[in-house]
Design a protein around this ligand. Structure first.
Ligand code: FE
Length: 135
């Protein structure tokens, strides 16, 4: 997406590695099925199947939709040692990865800003998964 079409908040998060205030994003409590794609480039990032309520105030996922959709970057900003999550396709900042996800799943928590995401009902990956489920 053209940077000029990003809202100030989207620009701050995706281009300046900002973080939206907790419990402020539109997908924090979202329960609909679908695929969360990158707001900036449309890349398929996280399936609603892996979304869970972490209680942190940001949309949280225990896995990525497909190998290679995100890039993990060591991040020592703000006096913390964290792992930044970046869209592998366009480089947009998405959020951070923490090791306190659900233990019965992957143990990972992808803590992602709502404003970096767009929830889609139909995508190629979802169609593929549906097909495989019915074959
Ligand atoms: Fe992207």
């Amino acid at each position: 997406m053209d940077d000029a079409r990003l809202t100030p908040e989207e620009y701050h998060v995706m281009r300046e590695k900002g973080t939206e205030p907790p419990f402020s994003g539109k997908y924090v409590n979202e329960k609909s099925k679908g695929m969360y794609v990158c707001k900036s480039c449309g890349a398929e990032l996280f399936s609603s199947e892996t979304k869970y309520d972490s209680g942190t105030g940001w949309p949280s996922f225990y896995d990525i939709a497909k190998e290679g959709t995100v890039r993990l970057v060591p991040d020592e900003s703000d006096g913390m040692e964290r792992t930044e999550v970046v869209c592998a396709k366009c480089g947009a900042h998405l959020g951070h990865l923490f090791p306190d996800g659900p233990k019965e799943k992957t143990g990972k928590r992808y803590c992602i800003n709502s404003c970096a995401l767009d929830l889609k009902k139909e995508t190629p990956l979802l169609r593929q998964a549906k097909k495989q489920g019915h074959s």
